[in-house]
Design a protein around this ligand. Structure first.
Ligand code: C5P
Length: 310
């Protein structure tokens, strides 16, 4: 394929964060990943990623988390653009501008979201015309949860989290995310999960049918007791403050609470928008979290929006 492009205008893609409603961790595989069964939901915290043709490959980040995101070749969005270019024979460099609002390193897949957005944006900019399925295949090479950020909504993830199947989910759910200051690395949390399990053998996990029934009901009271994360004990073992944060949220009226992904962000499910405001105020007042954010889910995956006017 040549580097021809029919639309040279910059392309902006909006991409959501995710929360895992259920994260069941199975055995460690030979490739260093764990077999997972997870239920993802896309939530309304988002990044906007703009790709524009440029003389050289590059990346810049703006927004509250700008200073903690690398802009060198380790940036997952830049890797996404390089991968897509290599695989499709494109030789036209792009500059990627990330307007970042998803908390960084919080278990909400912010880096994966930017990679997902970059794939969708470059596909449009370079006029590749790839299908969602083809983009999801490239996404899986970049990280376990990147395909889901392209798809959005609510979906079951299997394999290492990259193989997706749709879920019938009704209604909208109100979430409050307590973003903690403490750092937690994803590989460390998986390793702690293995350590806590010791030598006991773990079966391949499969989705919990009670959770599927809860999602069909659309009722947050039915969903709340089904929120589960096998990484939660590991995250709390490494950072006991997270246990206290979970308890505070429940005391302040959350219907349910769970560590998001590998943490340290804690996700609370609440009844409605008023409860979300009340919990946000109460948790902010404790000072136990660096930041508290409200969101709703499910929402769309990565999609092109009209270009930003800065
Ligand atoms: O795929 P991703 O880049 O998000 O994975 C980051 C790390 O999390 C992996 O290197 C691995 O240590 C751990 N992981 C895992 N099993 C999975 C997904 C992630 O052990 N299914």
């Amino acid at each position: 394929m040549t580097s021809a492009h029919s639309d040279p205008s910059p392309v902006t893609v909006r991409v959501p964060a995710k929360v895992n409603l259920e994260l069941l961790v199975g055995p460690l595989r030979d490739d260093g990943f764990h077999t997972l069964s997870t239920v993802y939901q896309a939530v309304s915290l988002h990044d906007d990623v703009t790709v524009a043709l440029d003389d050289d490959w590059g990346c810049s980040v703006s927004g509250p988390y700008a200073d903690v995101v690398p802009t060198d070749a380790t940036n997952l969005a830049l890797r996404a653009a390089s991968l897509l270019a290599e695989e499709t024979g494109v030789e036209t460099p792009v500059h990627i501008s990330i307007s970042k609002s998803i908390p960084v390193a919080g278990g909400m897949a912010g880096g994966s979201a930017d990679a997902a957005a970059t794939l969708v944006a470059c596909d449009r900019l370079w006029a590749l015309g790839l299908s969602t399925e083809e983009l999801e295949e490239y996404a899986a090479e970049l990280g376990s949860d990147v395909p889901f950020l392209i798809r959005g909504g609510t979906a079951v993830g299997s394999g290492r989290g990259e193989r997706l199947a749709p879920v019938l989910a009704r209604g909208n759910y109100h979430w409050v995310f307590a973003i903690s200051d403490i750092g937690l690395s994803t590989p460390d949390v998986y390793a702690e999960c293995d350590r806590l399990r010791g030598k006991s053998s773990v079966p391949d996990p499969s989705p919990n049918s009670e959770l599927m029934i809860a999602l069909r009901s659309g009722d947050p009271h039915i969903l709340a007791p089904q929120l589960t994360n096998d990484l939660q004990d590991a995250a709390v073992s490494l950072r006991p403050e997270l246990g206290e944060l979970l308890a505070s949220g429940m005391e302040f009226g959350a219907l349910g609470g769970v560590v998001s992904g590998s943490g340290p962000t804690v996700a609370f499910l609440v009844e409605d928008v008023e409860s979300a405001i009340d919990l946000t105020v109460a948790l902010t007042a404790t000072g136990a979290a660096r930041e508290v954010r409200k969101a709703i889910g499910p929402i769309h995956g990565a999609h092109v929006i009209p270009a930003r006017v800065d």
